[in-house]
Design a protein around this ligand. Sequence first.
Ligand code: PLP
Length: 385
Amino acid sequence: MNTVVPLLDLRAQFATIREPIYQAIARVVDSQQFILGPEVEALEREVAEYCGAKYAVGCSSGTDALLLALMAVGLQAGDEVITTPYSFFATAGVISRLGARPIFVDIDPESFNLDAAAISAKITPRTKAIIPVHLYGRTAEMELISAVAARHGLAIIEDACQAIGAEYRGRRAGVLGHLAAFSFFPTKNLGGFGDGGMITTHDASLAGKLRILRVHGMEPKYYHRCVGIMGRLDALQAAVLRVKLRYLDIWTAGRQANARCYATLFSSRRLIPWITLPQEPTAVRHVFNQYVVRVPAAHRDGLRRFLSEQGVGTEVYYPVPLHLQECFAGLGYQAGDLPHAERAAAETIALPVYPEMTSAQQMHVVDAIARYVAAVTDRVGRSAA
Ligand SMILES: *Cc1c(COP(=O)(O)O)cnc(C)c1O
């Protein structure tokens, strides 16, 4: 039988939680209370507790969580926000959406996260905030980022959309800056049955602003203090997420076990350094929303095609760094400006790491890569001879 290994198998996960999920959905349907309300409030308390944050505010997506966070710190048109060029588009899109300017700082090639040491050179009198992204579930260098932000009085908004449960020196994503944005998009480690998001903070006044901003700046009803957005969270999503949150640590442990197993398998097949694997530094609890490896750029797309033929799902996160996106041409960046991000965009490939993956499936992925490497290195060897 042909082994198939999708990049993510949400049906396998659902099979393990079908009953409690149907009960949670029935509870909401019976209540006929669909927007915000007690389910959302309960999820907010549970996520705040999970992250160790004082407050959590549910909202409509991870993108809106970032947007609301920037609105809460008072970002104005013309302001600058420092962030990474190597992330999902939303990280920078929300900055532009508010008329502000994303200032991209290159990444550290080992962690794929913002190079904290390069931030201070990009700070100007217009800089208002830094958005570090905990990419793939690995926290950014928050100690250095916090120090530079404190020195210049900048707000830190964590893009923790891929990193619920990730830790940096024993503290969780969600409490490593002033505000943190989470996404419950179905492919995230805690994914809903549609869109959803959350913002965490220790600051009561920011939490209060967020609650008003997510309902069109309204407080009390039909009195609008400021122009907010329609950024509410649905009770159905909250009810589903509350069930899934109870399993999150088990699923995270499964992802970590798969990551460690890849490390053993790739090294026993002598595939390192042809392939470069993600590391788990001791200061970090990496939650592996994605397991992203580097391979030689000349072979990346060929490997993806071969794996697809072998039934293995992969993805490239992300093929075009943000500073080279068409919509940001006006910012004036050129190819070559941020070489580490550009190289990562050409060399990276995400492999399946979801917790329900079996060891036979994982072996199939590694076998397929080993066969591809044997074929191409043999060809390289012969053509060099
Ligand atoms: C998923 C994601 C977002 C956006 O979340 P949505 O819920 O899809 O809006 C933002 N930043 C990063 C890094 C993400 O992975």
